[in-house]
Design a protein around this ligand. Structure first.
Ligand SMILES: [Fe+2]
Length: 459
């Protein structure tokens, strides 16, 4: 479903992409050799030291483009969403002209957060509850109670001093993105080839049906790393070995990276099995195949999904899904993209699961894990606006998410249970540091780039 209003997505998504549409998502050449990006160990303190966390704030998070709220959360002027990153809180607001701006959520009087107890809403203006100072939705100062008691303003309000501080915002893919120091290259340049790769999925037309944040007891990079390789399938997700292929195709894309894993096909050493496991059956039901109707080998289940989706495309029975522009591999397999530094997506023709990793405001041993699940819906069947939910305690994802999402929630539970145990270990003085193999090249690439930002030393 398109956004209301004339701007938001439409103006930005096609602007300045280097090639012209139609875009096609390339596969990864599994024969291509991976680049040599080193083999050093990374010491554990990067995951728990206050000093490292401070360096990251100064030299990394302020300089990169970061994924903010979904554009579908803004439908009319004055609609706002609070988005927090580390120690900062930002007000994203839709202005009358239809463009999104973002301001530090900070009163210029005594420094109180202006919007404290509400994540989203609609405002005619913003008002600080402390002394009633107010701002227009374009961030300009609106009013100061008992203004005559401020002799320094007797000549008029010094707007440059009193307006809300603004940060740089751009949009792509149905998301607002922000760059705090304002000096990064343009967003589409920063995102490299990802917008072209992802364009066929029409992410900007998807609708969110899960928007949740979980407080996790691990550093944000432990969370990033836990999802950027499939080497951990056999240890953390043994059931996945029976229905998805841990042997991924990997590719580094500028600052970012991706991997492709076959779904509907087991991993070694089960490649030739005839057994259709319980989880494989759940996956089959997800794409509309009754397990009772299938008698082939497990590794060809993915071919069945490709056939079903091709038929749907030919018969026009799923016009809301972009099957006609997908390769066979895209129809069945998961394309996992990582956006440096703090977001990743599992991308399917039917929808996208976004994982956003945000540093905690003060504690390097904690982070916020955002789970945003979106899909394409037939016209007239769009889900109601997904209310954001926050959990600061350990949860059972299987109970939390809809039963139709059991495949995803089961896997997420295993990852969520794993990361605090990693966090405990990396703080041990007996830990000699993180060493990484070829299957973990995306993890190494990520940490190399974190170090590069920190070493370059610019504020
Ligand atoms: Fe995992």
């Amino acid at each position: 479903m398109k956004q209301d209003g004339p701007t938001l997505e439409s103006a930005d998504s096609t602007r300045s992409m280097t090639r012209k549409p139609p875009y096609r998502t390339p596969s990864i050449d599994s024969e291509a050799s991976l680049p040599d990006i080193g083999d050093t160990r990374f010491s554990g303190d990067r995951f728990h030291s206050d000093e490292f966390m401070q360096q990251e704030w100064t030299h990394l998070w302020r300089r990169t483009w970061n994924m903010g709220p979904r554009l579908e959360e803004f439908s009319g002027p004055g609609d706002y969403v609070i988005h927090e990153l580390g120690r900062e809180s930002f007000i994203f607001v839709l202005e009358k002209e239809g463009s999104i701006r973002a301001f530090y959520n900070v009163c210029q009087h005594r420094g109180k957060r202006i919007i404290c107890d509400q994540r989203a809403g609609t405002a005619r203006f913003f008002r600080c509850a402390f002394h009633g100072w107010s701002w227009n939705i374009d961030g300009s100062i609106k009013g100061i109670p008992d203004r005559e008691t401020f002799p320094q303003f007797s000549e008029g309000l010094p707007c440059e001093e009193l307006d809300l501080s603004e940060i740089r915002v751009d949009t792509w893919g149905g998301w607002a993105w922000f760059n705090i120091d304002g000096k990064a290259e343009p967003l589409l340049e920063y995102l490299d080839v990802l917008p072209e790769h992802i364009a066929p999925y029409r992410m900007e037309d998807m609708r969110t049906f899960v928007n949740a944040t979980f407080l996790w007891n691990c550093n944000w990079k432990v969370a990033v790393d836990a999802f950027n390789e499939s080497y951990h399938f056999r240890g953390i997700h043994p059931e996945m070995m029976m229905w998805s292929n841990a042997e991924a195709k990997l590719e580094l894309l500028g600052k970012h990276s991706r991997m492709i894993n076959e779904y509907g096909a087991p991993s070694k050493p089960y490649r030739e099995t005839k057994e259709i496991s319980e989880r494989m059956q759940a996956y089959m039901r997800y794409f509309g195949l009754d397990p009772k109707d299938y008698s082939g080998p497990a590794r060809e289940v993915r071919i069945e999904k490709q056939k079903i989706n091709r038929r749907q495309a030919a018969e026009g029975t799923a016009p809301h899904l972009p099957y006609e522009v997908m390769t066979d591999e895209q129809l069945s397999d998961v394309y996992h993209y990582f956006y440096f530094p703090g977001a990743a997506q599992n991308i399917f023709p039917e929808g996208v699961n976004t994982f956003r990793y945000r540093p905690h405001e003060t504690d390097p041993n904690k982070c916020y894990y955002d789970l945003i699940m979106m899909g394409h819906f037939p016209q007239g069947e769009e889900p109601p606006k997904a209310e954001h939910v926050y959990f600061d305690k350990k949860v059972q994802y299987v109970e939390l998410l809809d039963p139709s999402l059991e495949v995803a929630s089961f896997i997420l539970q295993q990852d969520a249970d794993n990361v605090p145990e990693v966090q405990q270990g990396v703080q041990s003085e007996g830990y000699k540091g993180m060493t990484l193999g070829e299957q973990e090249i995306r993890v190494r690439h990520f940490h190399n780039l974190v170090d590069h930002y920190l070493k370059s030393g610019e504020p």
